[in-house]
Design a binder for this molecule. Structure first.
Ligand code: GLU
Length: 425
C-alpha cells in the first residue's frame, strides 16, 4: 500500500532508518507488526511560526518535533535549524535517538526537532523571536518529564536559554530540566561542549584496548576538525596516542611523526583551516587520502558516506570510531568486518553529548550543580561500561556481523522489552 500521504514516508533518510530497523528486527526475530509499530513516531508535531521581521513584515517558518518512542523515558534529542529540514529527516533522527539513548542505558526515549530556516539570514532579534515562539508552540508537548530538547545543528546554549525561559514563564517556575546543554549560569555544564568528542575518543580508546592492545603509541587520523574532531584529538593525545593526520573541508595535513594538537587548534581558530599548519615533515593531503593512510585508528568526524565500497579496500586502520553520523555505508561496513576492522558505530561513538545531557538533567532535577571534572569522570565511567557491554554481547551473540548490527539489535531489543512489559506490544 502506498503511504505517500504520510509526511515522511518517501524521505530517503527515513527509508534508511526503516531499513536499519528492519535489519535489527530480522536479527532479533521480531514479527513484522512490531516493525510497523516502531517505524512510526508516537507523535509528530508541526507548528507554524510567524516572526515579525526587522523590516516590519511577517514571515512564516515551519517547525517540527518528532516524538518517536517513550517506552524507556521522556523523549530526548536535539533541535536543528537548517534550510532543508524536513519531516522525514526529523522522524528518522528521532528514531536514531531512541536507539542511541537505549544503547547508552539512559532513561530516555527518542525525539528530534527542527525549524526550516537558514539562521545566518536572521538578525539576533529575529532568531530569538523565532526560537521563543517555536518553543511556546511546543510548550504543551514538552517538559522535564515529557520531552527534553537539546542543541543540534546551528542551535547552541543561547538557544536553550531562550527555550528554558519561554517554557519557565508558561509553567510558572524555573523548569531547569526542560532542556539540556544550557549555559552554565542556567544549570548547564561547561563539560557539555567537549562531551561528544570526548565520548568518541573514549570509545576509540576502549575499542583499541580490546582490539589492538590500547591507544598508547598508536597512530590516529581524524577527518573533520570541528568540535568533535578537536576534542577527540586532544584526549587521544593525552592518553598517549600520536595524532598523525587531521583534515577539514579545505583539506588536511599529515606527519607520520605526529602533529602538535594545541598548535592545530590554534591554527584552525586563527585561519579557519588546518591546512595552514606548517612544520618539518608536514605534508598536505586531501580528505580522501587521509582515510587511506597507514594508521592504527581512524576517526571520521565530518560527514556521512565517506567510507564506501569505492575506498574500503584501501582503508588500513584497524579501529574506526564514528564521531560523525553515518560515515560508513552498509556495504563498506560488511567489508571492514570481513577484513577484521572494528567499527564503533555512531549510535555508540557519538553518544557522549546526550549522555552528558542526562548528567546535567539529573543534577538539575536534584537541585545540585556538578563540577566539570566530576561530570567528565562520570561520562568516562558510563561510556566505558557501555562500550564494553556492547562489545561483549557482540562477541557472544552477533560476531558474524559488524558491531553496528549488534548495537542496533541490543538497542531495539531493550525498547521492545520495555514496550512489552508495559503492554504496548
Ligand atoms: N543533538 C545531540 C545528539 O544528536 C544531543 C542530544 C541531546 O543532548 O539530547 O545526540
Amino acid at each position: 500500500m502506498s503511504e505517500a500521504y504520510l509526511l515522511y514516508e518517501n524521505d530517503p533518510v527515513y527509508q534508511m532508518a526503516v531499513k536499519q530497523l528492519k535489519d535489527a528486527a530480522k536479527l532479533l526475530g521480531l514479527p513484522d507488526d512490531y516493525v510497523e509499530v516502531l517505524r512510526h513516531p508516537e507523535r509528530l508535531i508541526q507548528v507554524r511560526i510567524p516572526v515579525r521581521m526587522d523590516d516590519g513584515s511577517i514571515k512564516v517558518f515551519l517547525g517540527w518535533r518528532s516524538q518517536h518512542n517513550s517506552a524507556l523515558g521522556p523523549y530526548k534529542g536535539g533541535i536543528r535549524y537548517r534550510e532543508d529540514v524536513r519531516p522525514g529527516e526529523v522522524v528518522a533522527l528521532s528514531m536514531w535517538m531512541t536507539w542511541k539513548n537505549s544503547l547508552a542505558g539512559i532513561p530516555y526515549g527518542g525525539g528530534k526537532g527542527g525549524i526550516r530556516v537558514n539562521p545566518k539570514q536572521l538578525s539576533p532579534r529575529e532568531l530569538e523571536e523565532l526560537s521563543r515562539k517555536y518553543f511556546a508552540a511546543l510548550a504543551k508537548n514538552v517538559g522535564p518529564d515529557v520531552d527534553i530538547p537539546a542543541p543540534d545543528v546551528y542551535t547552541n546554549p543561547q538557544t536553550m536559554a531562550w527555550y528554558f525561559d519561554e517554557y519557565s514563564k508558561i509553567a510558572g517556575y524555573n523548569a531547569w530540566g526542560v532542556v539540556t546543554a544550557k549555559p552554565p549560569e542556567l544549570g548547564g555544564l561547561n563539560a557539555r561542549v567537549v562531551s561528544t568528542g570526548y565520548g568518541t575518543a573514549l570509545t576509540a580508546r576502549e575499542a583499541a584496548k580490546r582490539w589492538i592492545g590500547g591507544v598508547e603509541g598508536k597512530t590516529v587520523a581524524i577527518q573533520g576538525f570541528g568540535n568533535v574532531g578537536q576534542y577527540a584529538a586532544k584526549y587521544l593525545k593525552e592518553w598517549g596516542a600520536i595524532i598523525v593526520a587531521v583534515s577539514d573541508s579545505k583539506g588536511g595535513v599529515y606527519n607520520p611523526n605526529g602533529l602538535d594538537v594545541e598548535k592545530l587548534i590554534e591554527v584552525k581558530k586563527k585561519t579557519r583551516s588546518v591546512i595552514n599548519y606548517e612544520g618539518e615533515g608536514v605534508k598536505k593531503i586531501t580528505n580522501e587520502e587521509l582515510l587511506e593512510l597507514p594508521v592504527d585508528i581512524l576517526i571520521p568526524a565530518a560527514t556521512e558516506d565517506v567510507i564506501t565500497s569505492k575506498n574500503v579496500e584501501n582503508i588500513k586502520a584497524k579501529v574506526i570510531s564514528e564521531g560523525a553520523n553515518g560515515p560508513t555505508t552498509p556495504e563498506a561496513d560488511e567489508v571492514l568486518h570481513k577484513k577484521g576492522v572494528i567499527v564503533v558505530p555512531d549510535i555508540l561513538a557519538n553518544a557522549g553529548g546526550v549522555t552528558m545531557s542526562w548528567i546535567e538533567w539529573s543534577h538539575n532535577r536534584m537541585g545540585c550543580w556538578l563540577e566539570d571534572d566530576e561530570a567528565l569522570e562520570r561520562l568516562d565511567r558510563i561510556m566505558t561500561r557501555n562500550f564494553n557491554r556492547v562489545f561483549d554481547e557482540w562477541q557472544k551473540k552477533y560476531s558474524d556481523h559488524p558491531m553496528r548490527a549488534a548495537a542496533y539489535a541490543i538497542a531495539v531489543d531493550r525498547v521492545v522489552r520495555a514496550m512489552k512489559l508495559r503492554g504496548w506490544l
